[in-house]
Design a protein around this ligand. Structure first.
Ligand SMILES: Cc1cc2nc3c(=O)[nH]c(=O)nc-3n(C[C@H](O)[C@H](O)[C@H](O)COP(=O)(O)OP(=O)(O)OC[C@H]3O[C@@H](n4cnc5c(N)ncnc54)[C@H](O)[C@@H]3O)c2cc1C
Length: 432
């Protein structure tokens, strides 16, 4: 089937695609708009699984809005849904101790020899000279060898599943908790009464009681029925004919807005590109439900130790209190970073996760009563000098043909759902 001209085709019904669709409709209520989603349901990575009374996301998704109007816009579309506001309690398990996050601001909590090494290396870190060559080099120059080698490098290499010296200085953007020597030393003083314990972009975060998918429901609310077509992937884009090809139809477009991963979009558009520059990790997420509570005062914990399979474990049950009458149980998410081409046996990985949780005394005499597994691939893209240059070139050349690549994977970047909504709003305004 071929639909009429003037149609805007959105590829992907995640936060970016749905965000764009809402802003476009606000500006052009009568224009043709189709949102194609390859999966059977909308949401992309912002999705929730409800199983045996546990509410789990596709890995812990917590929210921190810098734009109050964006949060208000979403909240206005989710009446009756409770949204919890939580002050973050995050720690790092280091050599059997629990150190407050971020590591670099709490080195005074380390065993004394490690503390002294971090402090001396911080003081004598290399300064001056050339600008940092890589993300790894930036860490070393800003925070010294001690902090870098004890936490930042092992933790981030476990997460990204790559050498930090491959990554660009901007690899984590605003999400990297920078600290200078004065902050680090000042933080060694005991905290004045009432001073906030948590700092950084997610010091306070929000979380809907029904899981991250509540934000997707909010984004779907004002779209007319039939706008989003699930189970209908964009297989090809014929730029000469200006048509998107799906298994069901060919759709003539005026413009395409895609949140599919950029190398995939380039492929379906037959746009010349260098696929080798687009590397990323994948993240295996295990959501685990246990018959009784574990630690009560923690939201998530980082594990730099290479002997532990996971890089982070989080406690949903300490973020959302159980409904009245519901059992007080432990509800975990466990994240494992891996190279995108790694073949991992899920059953063996789950056994390894349970063994490591027991070694860390997170699980003691608990019984596993429910579990769920999902792989996010890509999860964290490897931002390198080459990926930045190729991303800019490719997005500009596609935009010249009215194909706009947006979102975490369409822009091949590191961002939050709020960043996705801001980008979608700006693009709708620019095109409108
Ligand atoms: C481990 C992890 C933890 C995170 N935690 C947080 C957090 O705590 N807070 C936060 O704000 N953000 C978090 N994020 C980021 C957040 O998940 C993303 O910013 C957001 O979900 C990206 O939305 P998107 O729409 O750009 O992409 P996606 O969610 O990837 O959506 C793209 C959609 O496009 C569809 N698609 C792909 N190809 C095609 C095709 N050819 N045809 C049709 N459809 C197609 C996909 O099926 C998908 O539904 C996290 C990300 C990860 C990986």
């Amino acid at each position: 089937m071929t639909t009429g001209a003037g149609t805007t085709v959105v590829i992907g019904a995640g936060v970016s695609g749905l965000g764009f669709a809402n802003h476009w409709r606000e500006r052009h209520p009568d224009a043709d708009l189709v949102v194609l989603e390859a999966d059977r349901e909308p949401g992309g990575y912002c999705r929730t699984v409800v199983q045996d009374g546990f509410v789990w996301d596709y890995s812990g998704h917590f929210f921190h809005f810098k734009h109050p109007e964006i949060e208000a816009w979403l909240r206005a579309r989710m009446p009756g849904d409770a949204v919890h506001t939580v002050v973050r309690r995050a720690q790092i398990r280091y050599a059997g101790r629990d150190i407050d996050f971020p590591f670099q601001k709490h080195i005074h909590q380390l065993p004394l020899p490690d503390f002294l090494e971090c402090l001396v290396e911080l003081y004598f870190r290399p300064t001056g000279g050339e600008p940092p060559r890589s993300f790894g080099d930036m860490l070393y120059r800003r925070l010294g060898k001690g902090i870098t080698d004890k936490f930042l490098r092992p933790y981030n290499e476990k997460l990204y599943a790559t050498d930090l010296d491959r990554l660009d200085v901007s690899a984590m953007g605003r999400f990297f908790p920078h600290a200078d020597i004065a902050d680090i030393i000042a933080n060694m003083r005991s905290r004045p009464p009432g001073a906030p314990a948590a700092e950084g972009y997610n010091a306070t975060f929000t979380y809907p009681a029904g899981g991250a998918v509540q934000y997707i429901h909010a984004l779907l609310r004002d779209l007319p029925a039939g706008t989003v077509s699930c189970g209908e992937p964009a297989l090809a884009i014929d730029r000469a004919a200006r048509e998107v090809v799906t298994p069901r139809r060919r759709i003539r477009y005026d413009r395409v807005i895609s949140s599919a991963p950029l190398p995939r979009l380039a492929q379906i558009c037959s746009a010349p590109h260098d696929p080798a520059v687009f590397s990323s990790n994948k993240v295996h997420v295990f959501n685990l439900g246990f018959d009784k509570k574990g630690p009560r005062d923690l939201h998530w914990m980082y594990f730099p130790d290479p002997a532990r399979v996971f890089y982070r474990v989080g406690w949903y049950d300490n973020i959302v209190p159980p409904a009245p009458g519901a059992a007080d149980r432990m509800s975990l998410y466990v994240e494992i970073g891996a190279p995108s081409d790694a073949a991992l046996d899920t059953a063996a990985l789950l056994r390894r996760v349970l063994d490591d949780l027991a070694r860390e005394a997170i699980v003691t005499d608990h019984q596993l009563v429910a579990h769920h597994h999902v792989v996010l691939d890509p999860a964290y893209v490897h931002i390198t000098a080459a990926s930045l240059a190729e991303t800019d070139r490719l997005r500009a050349s596609l935009a010249a043909a009215d194909i706009y690549s947006i979102g975490r994977y369409g822009a091949w970047t590191y961002c939050s759902i709020e960043d996705n909504l801001v980008e979608a709003r700006e693009l709708a305004a620019r095109l409108g």
